[in-house]
Design a protein. Sequence first.
Length: 631
Amino acid sequence: MNQPVQSEINRLVHRLKQDQSADGSWNYPFDTGITADAYMIILLKILDMEDTPLIEALVKRIESKQTENGSWKLFQDEKDGNVTVTIEAYYGLLFSGLRNKNHPHMRKAKQFILSKGGIKQAKMLTKMMLTVTGQYQWPRIFPIPLEVVLLPPTFFVSIYDLSVYGRVNMIPLLLLGHKKFQITTPDTPSLKDLFQTREDSSEGQVWEEYRTEEYRSFFSKLQTGVKTLIGYPDYLHSLALDSTKRFMLDRLEPDGTLYNYFGSTFFMIFALLSIGYSKRDPVILKAIAGLKGMACSIEGHTHIQFTTPHVWNTSLISYALQEAGMPFKDKAVKAANQYLLSRQHYMYGDWLINNPDAIPGGWGFSDLNTMNPDVDDTTASLRALAKQLQAKPDNRDSWQRGVAFTISMQNDDGGFPAFERNNDHKWLQLLPIEGSKYLLTDPSTADLTGRTLEFLGNYTNMKKPEEVSKRAVDWLLEDQKRDGSWYGRWGICYLYGTWSALTGMKAAGQATGHPSIQKALTWLKKIQNEDGGWGESCYSDIKQRYIPLGTSTLTHTAWAVDALISASEKPTAEIEKGIAYLIRAGQQESWTNDYPAGQGMADFLYIHYHSYRYIYPLLALSHYNKKFLET
């Protein structure tokens, strides 16, 4: 036994058990910066909902994140600052009524925004928020015809071509654009002084991304599709309005939010106002309560999460505790797994359209997901539940439903998506929307494919997964980058994808001597830092190539070490140095502990999972212990 390794494992296990909630879950924060905090202030003020304590708390959190030059950042090593986030923070603070433009920190924020080109440099979704709240005019060539919601999934273009995340955000925006809806209050601040010139505020300048040939071609396609609909225009229009409303209301989760996403719920509330709902309608009041329910506390500050990560946290932690040697009958694991079993899905969702033969059985990401499962949370939950479900015949149905759902989600190309199979329409990437490749599409990705392979290889003994795994391995071999790495869609970034792909291929039986695995191992060893750790910048996501952070992080190091362990027969120098880093840095406080390890949208939304600093070091140390130290 290696005492330092075991001591660190024990410390991490103790910390995780200490932080478990009464219902068996873990509610470590899903930290996405200040965007939702600012939007929540704006929403409450627009709806005339005075919640002074909440607004004051959100103002304090937003201000705590401002940098010396007046900006706000998406991630710590972002050069200068981020103009979009700074605009959101500035607007939210003004809307609160607790800060004005003469405040020294506000003047610095304004100077930064103007130095970066002014308000027109905001990203598209931020522009949409600013437009709805009266700061811009809607573009003339918007909206897309509302009747597109009536086009069936079998048509050459329909709303179901969008990823589920893109769809639930775009449908409310489609209605808002159609209505050209705007709402202001007597206290709505003006942002006219953030335009550098009078011309900048013109519709053509603000919405110049909609003036591209690609967008005109897309717009023309949709108009052609709408013309094929049979019926009187007035009737079709009425039907489209009703269909749009029903789309939103039919996807409300038990807390009243739209798929448990902050952004889609935010725009849905305005969309409902645009068709005559009152500010005090029960649907809107419940949605607001649901958004408030996404609040969490981080270092004494209140943060509004984009969603709640309970299922994801709990599945990963239950699995990590069991890998550390804790039996599934342990009180903490048992409580966690009972929570997970209560969150398995039994409702059909949009995934049925591209996967009509499957039955529900997956898991979603957040505490109250009931109809929007994803492959990642499904395999993560099944890993955590594997020993318990396989030991008790009365739980076998839950296991079989979960495994069957996972296998059914494999794309025709052999890889695995997040939410919906075969939903990767390349033409959507031509639209003038930042991050459209991953916002509007749901392609096979190395991280999803690798982890699904790891699950199938280590936890199932059925014959069919062998065929599934072969196709998935073939997809990974094709997807590998020239330097030996893989790009991971939902994490940062190439370290994440490479860890997932390597551990998955090894679980599927791929030989360590395979050129693909050797190439990946060489890449990992090459980018190890002098201190024994690894660290990758969020710029990797933006630049679409590996960019080192310049320092090490616990999470990145754990991924790299775990990948090396999976493909090594004995401890290597690189593994030993990585393990030493995890033990040494585990109890130290560093800005790198707060560095985002997850991504939502490139150059727009990054995620700091507060649970990762415990989960992944525990997994890497436990795998090291089991493979090299236990006799």
